[in-house]
Write a protein that binds this ligand. Structure first.
Ligand code: KIV
Ligand code: ZN
Length: 513
């Protein structure tokens, strides 16, 4: 296959994806995702919007210092201060450090948001690209709201920024408005009308407001785009962004009519999706393509029969191709360290020896209570013990009494800033009493928006996975916790959420684009 058929995958989970409600991540969480994206072999990681907050700057800098193979991009508006700040953060990646600058080009954005005319926008775009080129040749320019931009003007902007030195030019569908045939024509138009178009890679960036982000990205590839901007699980503002796993697997599965290739190691897709859900608390819907819980489940008898006789009757790709191992029954109380480590490694986790030992101790405790330990249990252990490790607030122990004649009472002991604190509180029910006790100890005024609990696997000895959504001062977070006792799982989820609120309070709020 010619090099022209190579599609670069630009992952913006840590930048545009993070703009999804409740998806904000701290520096360590972003670094963990970046390592996973490197395993997945994305070409570019957009690590943040460095001018937006100290946390974004720090995360982008650390990722640029740590990740060794992917290019690392930072986003900036088309002004000197933003551009300089991006370079300060991404310069550690050397030639792999990318400055991604943007300005809006549609009439509605120019008139109401920028209050600038065409001449001013072109001048600013060119000036921004030239300033970025003073630092690096790895410069990307985005024409924000390109899809609603008059085509001759869009072509003029694209030609001018390529002339100024942009190596990659992105044509975003910022508001998720286009449809495949229209987007195809926009990309084709630029390919045909922009004289210097061959000096840059054309990129596409689709939002999913009409559910067409993946279809639009595929149409753009067919028209000549060679970079796709996307996010894991399709997370992002509003209806989200183009989903990485969907666009990559479409190219893989339909390679017969889409003869393009990415560099993605597809067997890491499932682990990456799970990791992001664990870190953000945002679960994918069960019927989500590729990574949803039902994506490979065949319920109808006729389908099950067909798949048993010959997989390709109803399966267009194998679960193994995305790293989903369907061997559900894994370990039990007699499994040793070796088997445990093998299983954890095969699930795609990269644990230090210390973390592996912590997880093993927790596994043994669970195996004493639960006969069969499934992959989902292991995911929950890693999430609870390693990824969501307690920060300021920690549950030490708790006891709850409830029933049909006694007032539900929760006694909760927590460690807060290395000090032990204990309280007993009566509530309307056991969960209410527990949450009231935690609030009292943590002095939390956060508003509970949502609480739910699910069994992680089948059976009455299954672990419960609780999810709590809290809001305070306009910030929303999701907390999760797992335990065979559902009230303990709920307490852990509540404490996880207040820890997240606490760490978000220490960052600054982002300005809007
Ligand atoms: O949607 C959009 O237009 C963006 C740009 C900043 C690339 O995210
Ligand atoms: Zn976007």
């Amino acid at each position: 296959m010619s090099t022209d058929n190579r599609i670069r995958i630009f992952d913006t989970t840590l930048r545009d994806g993070e703009q999804a409600p409740s998806a904000s991540m701290n520096v360590d969480e972003k670094l963990r995702i970046a390592h996973q994206l490197e395993k997945l072999k994305v070409d570019v990681i957009e690590a943040g919007f460095p001018i937006a907050s100290d946390g974004d700057f720090e995360a982008t800098r650390k990722i640029a210092q740590t990740i060794k193979h992917c290019e690392i991009a930072g986003l900036c508006r088309a002004n000197a201060k933003d551009i300089d700040r991006v370079w300060e953060a991404v310069k550690y990646a050397g030639e792999r450090g990318r400055i991604h600058t943007f300005i809006a080009t549609s009439d509605v954005h120019m008139k109401y948001k920028l209050q600038m005319d065409e001449e001013q926008v072109v001048a600013k775009a060119v000036e921004a690209v030239k300033r970025a080129r003073g630092y690096t040749a790895n410069v990307e320019f985005s024409a924000e709201d390109a899809v609603r931009t008059r085509l001759p003007f869009l072509a003029r902007v694209v030609e001018a920024v390529i002339e100024a030195g942009a190596a990659i030019v992105n044509i975003p569908d910022t508001v998720g408005y286009t449809i495949p045939s229209e987007y195809f024509n926009i990309i084709r138009y630029l390919k045909e009308k922009v004289a210097n178009i061959d000096q840059a890679i054309l990129s596409v960036h689709c939002h999913n407001d009409l559910g067409l982000a993946v279809a639009n990205s595929l149409a753009a590839i067919e028209a000549g785009a060679r970079q796709v901007e996307c996010t894991i699980n399709g997370i992002g503002e509003r209806a989200g962004n183009c989903s990485l796993e969907e666009v990559v697997m479409s190219l893989n599965v339909r390679n017969d009519i889409l003869p393009y290739r990415t560099n993605i190691e597809t067997t890491h897709i499932y682990a990456t999706s799970r990791l992001l859900s664990t870190i953000t608390g945002i679960m994918v819907q069960p019927n989500k393509a590729i990574v949803g819980a039902n994506a490979f489940a065949h319920e109808a008898g006729i389908h099950q029969h067909g798949v048993m006789m010959e997989k390709s009757t109803y399966e267009i790709m194998t679960p193994e191709s995305i790293g989903l191992n369907q061997n559900k029954l894994v370990l039990g109380k007699h499994s040793g360290r070796h088997a445990f480590k093998q299983r954890i490694d095969s699930l795609g986790y990269d644990l230090s020896a210390e973390d592996m030992e912590k997880a093993f101790v927790r596994f043994k405790a669970l195996a004493d209570k639960k006969k069969q330990i499934f992959d989902e249990d292991l995911d929950a252990i890693i999430a609870d013990e390693i990824i969501r490790a307690p920060e300021k607030y920690k549950l030490v122990q708790m006891n709850v009494s409830s029933g049909s004649f006694a007032a539900p009472t929760a006694t909760v002991e927590m460690e807060i800033d290395d000090k032990l604190k204990k309280v007993a509180v009566i509530g309307e029910g056991p969960v209410d009493a527990t949450f009231k006790a935690i609030r009292k100890l943590a002095k939390s005024k956060a508003r509970l928006l949502q609480f739910s609990i699910d069994a992680i696997t089948g059976g009455t000895d299954a672990q419960g996975e609780a999810t709590v959504r809290l809001e305070e001062d306009g910030r929303e977070v999701i907390g999760q916790g797992a335990h065979p006792d559902i009230i303990v799982a709920s307490a852990k989820a509540f404490i996880n959420a207040i820890n997240r609120l606490y760490s978000r309070h220490n960052g600054t709020k982002k300005p809007s684009l």
